[in-house]
Each structure stands twice: as C-alpha cells, then as structure tokens.
Design a protein. Structure first.
Length: 357
C-alpha cells in the first residue's frame, strides 16, 4: 500500500483537526473539513488504509482516529509546508516584546523564553550564544564582603559570568586590582582546553595562598565559558496538554539539566531547524515534541530557541512564530537590525533516534 495524494491530504487534515480540537477525528468531521467534496464512505476507507500503514491509531472503539508517532513523523517529514508569513497582529506583538527587552545576552535569552511561551501557549527554551572558540575577553575582581570576592568575566559573546570566592583575610582594593591584572594577562582569550594544571600552579605561585580561591573561581568561569545557558519559560503550560499527563515530571527533569537541555534544543550541524519526537528519547516520552530553530549572532556564535509541547501542537501556526523569534534573537544578540527580510532557507527536518547517536 502506497501513500497517494489523497491519503496525504487525509493525514494532513487529521493532524490539523486533532491539533485544533484534541479529539479523535471521525469521517463526518473530516467530510466537513473537505466541504463534502469527498464522501464519508471514501474517507472511512482512506482512514482504515492509513491505520493499516501505522500512520493513524484508533484510541477508542468509536470510528475516530488520531495520528500515531509514525504518522507525525511522516507529516513532519513530507507534508509540513515551508514558512508562511506571521500574521500582522502577532508580528506587532513580537516586535513590541523585543523593543522592550534588555539586549544583554543572558537577559535577552531569559526574556525571550518567557515571551515566546506567553505568545505560543507552549513551554519555550532559549540557549545563550556559544561557539567552540568562545572564551573570556576581560576579568574584574571586586570585594563583596569581609571574606568574599566576586570574579566577573565578560565573554567574547558579550555576556557576563560571575563567581564568588571566599577569601579569609579579606581583599584590599590594591589586591583586587593586582588579581584582575594577573587574570587579564594570563587567562583572557585562552581556550578552556589550554587551561592546564601547570598554568594554574604558576599563577597561584605569584600570589599569597589566601588569594588562591580567586584564581580558582576565574578558572571555573573559563571552563564554563563554552557551555551555553538555557532559560525556560512557560513550564506551567505542560500541564495544559492531556497528551502529556503523567509525563511532566520527566520532561522538567530533562529540561532542568542544562547541559542535556542545550543538546536537545540545538539543531544538528548544517541544519537550522530540527523537530525531535519524544519516542526518540532515551527513555522515551511518548507524545512529546521539541521544535527548535538556530539563531545566528555572527563571528561563529549561535544559539537555539525551541518550543516544547505535545506532538499535536499546531505546527502551521507555531513555526512562523518560532522562526520570527530566531531572527529577532539573532538581531538582538548581535546588535543589528535587518532592513530587508532574509531569503527563506529550507529549515525543516525531523530528527530520529539514530541521528542522535
């Protein structure tokens, strides 16, 4: 049995109707969708054929069908059309959001995640820009108490990392300035892989033992500099989807592991977008879908923005919104504005478990 054009249209319609109502789709509802151009009897035959192909499921004894995981895969891979323009009202809302956000990278990522969740009604995730050659451009050391010093580092992506070091004897202004100068001479524009024990030992030998925690804090920031931070918004929306009942804890555990979340929402190399299904995770989370888009900052830096929800999320409505947020994040992170829209490039791909290994 092959997928002819009519079967494709029926599957496409059932995905759209199930996404809209969340109820199994029957032949009569489907006939109304097609303006009665196809008889209910013919549609029942096509639905039965799609069920035999494993693309539809019948959750109850009624005639209603819902897309299976295999059906969603087929839809996403073959039937989901390319970008359509974002409607004017939503576009204006997105523009207003980004005009009001702080464009410091981490604050922008955090604010964008919350805004995308509010507009979409799905959980959203945004990672800060990263690149293999990301490093520290500048250090500052500041006394923040009688026995504490804050080490501040500005990365080459423009965001600030901070660590607090405990200094038992306190820290004078002269000590703070000398430590900052030492760090800027030796640890700026250094790749984390080059941060050797020998280099750290050499730096520690140049200061009193009480100040060694400051060097340790600076080294920890450098080691962490290539790891993107992931900000979530709208976690509560996971509770709104019956398809995800009993799975919210597992999803949040997955997303709250920052390293794991960053990997999940990052499209593979050479691809700007990915759609990851919960059946491809280990362990599996059936019914989950993670739609991600890459945003480009320049200089080799990039980050990811994603929507997390059920496989029945309204893709046709949400994909233009996701792409608009990706474009706006790229502009905001780089400090640039586009005067003309970029030519649309193919974004869509479905990621399967074997692609993750």
């Amino acid at each position: 049995m092959t997928m002819d054009a009519r079967k494709q249209r029926v599957l496409q319609a059932i995905v759209a109707l199930y996404g809209l109502e969340g109820e199994p789709v029957g032949s009569s509802v489907l006939a109304n969708y097609f303006d009665m151009a196809v008889s209910s009897a013919t549609l029942r035959n096509e639905m039965a054929a799609l069920t035999k192909l494993g693309l539809l499921e019948q959750p109850h004894t009624s005639a209603g069908r819902v897309p299976s995981a295999k059906g969603y895969r087929y839809y996403l891979d073959h039937l989901l059309t390319d970008d359509q323009p974002l409607d004017r009202v939503t576009r204006a809302r997105v523009d207003a959001v980004f005009a009001s956000l702080d464009h410091e990278p981490e604050k922008l990522a955090q604010g964008a995640a919350k805004a995308l969740a509010a507009i979409s009604g799905c959980t959203a995730a945004v990672s800060t820009p990263c690149a293999e050659n990301l490093c520290i451009a500048h250090y500052e050391v500041v006394q923040v108490g009688r026995s504490a010093a804050a080490v501040l580092a500005v990365t080459t992506a423009g965001y600030v990392r901070t660590r607090v070091a405990r200094v038992r004897t306190g820290l004078s202004r002269e000590n703070a300035a000398a430590l900052a100068a030492l760090l800027n001479r030796n640890l700026t524009f250094v790749a984390p892989v080059d941060l050797s024990p020998r280099l750290l030992a050499e730096l520690c030998s140049q200061i009193s033992p009480e100040l060694v925690p400051v060097i340790s804090a600076a080294a920890a920031i450098l080691q962490d500099s290539t790891q993107p931070h992931v900000y979530l918004g709208g976690e509560q929306y996971l509770l709104d989807w019956p398809q995800l009942d009993g799975k919210v804890g597992s999803i949040l555990s997955l997303l709250n592991d920052e390293e794991q979340a960053a990997a999940l929402i990052a499209p593979p190399a050479e691809q700007s977008e990915s759609i990851l299904l919960g059946e491809d995770l280990e362990p599996q989370i059936p019914g989950l879908c993670i739609v991600s888009d890459r945003y480009l900052v320049g200089g080799g830096l990039w980050g990811s923005v994603a929507l997390i929800g059920p496989t029945r999320m309204p893709f046709q409505k949400l994909m233009p919104l996701l792409h608009t947020f990706a474009d706006q994040l790229g502009e905001g992170m780089s400090g640039k504005r586009k005067d003309t829209p970029q030519a649309a490039a193919p974004r869509r791909t479905v990621i399967y478990k074997e692609d993750l290994e």
